[in-house]
Design a protein around this ligand. Structure first.
Ligand SMILES: O=C(O)CCC(=O)C(=O)O
Ligand SMILES: [Mn+2]
Length: 181
């Protein structure tokens, strides 16, 4: 069974307002990132709709982490972000984890995304660049807590489409260590 069969994509909603994200999400790993109006941003061991445990992180992603992360422990969470052609992600910091010593490592698949990155304060200047299919981003060390987001997807730019996931123009896999070892 694939990760998305075991843990079907859900639409997270913003804390307090309940406004839906334009990105659909799923997770694999012992913990998954979720968000909703009542509970806000958090990690939990089960899918918010099915109540099932998240499926394991595929070995190929754990191997990538071991090769690139320079961190002794394995990630606990792999967030699967599913972007339609219209989806985007506002400027934010990944700060729901306990352990900021570990990097955040992300893999982009499918259509190119215009990625924006700034500094550790929201008002810091930002710059943007394209993330293409196969690109890996490591937010670690001084850049672990920088603001970042996805301005837009560039439809039809992928050499290989993501036909296996309905409605997906781009998928981003974000590996994170959540707890301190
Ligand atoms: O889709 C991306 O490249 C970024 C995803 C992201 O920042 C996140 O999931 O926190
Ligand atoms: Mn992020």
């Amino acid at each position: 069974m694939t990760v998305l069969e075991a843990a079907p994509p859900f639409v997270p909603t913003m804390p307090r307002t309940g406004k839906p994200f334009s990105v659909r999400m799923s997770n694999c790993g012992s913990l998954g990132w979720v968000s909703d109006k009542a509970g806000g941003y958090r990690y939990q061991p089960t899918h918010p709709e099915t109540g099932e445990a998240w499926p394991p992180i595929p070995a190929i992603l754990l191997d990538l982490w071991s090769d690139v992360a320079s961190y002794p422990e394995l990630p606990e969470a792999c967030l699967v972000n599913i972007y339609s052609e219209q989806a985007k992600m506002g400027l934010h910091r990944d700060e729901d984890e306990e352990d900021f010593a570990a990097p955040v490592l992300s893999v982009s698949l499918g259509d190119t995304a215009r990625f924006r990155i700034g500094g550790t304060a929201r008002k810091d200047p930002t710059r943007s660049f394209d993330l293409e299919s196969g690109d890996v981003v490591v937010l670690g060390g001084e850049s672990r807590l920088v603001y970042h987001g996805v301005d837009r997807i560039k439809p039809g730019t992928a050499e290989l489409g993501l036909d296996c996931v309905p409605g997906a123009a781009r998928i981003n896999l974000t590996l994170r260590r959540v707890s301190t070892p």
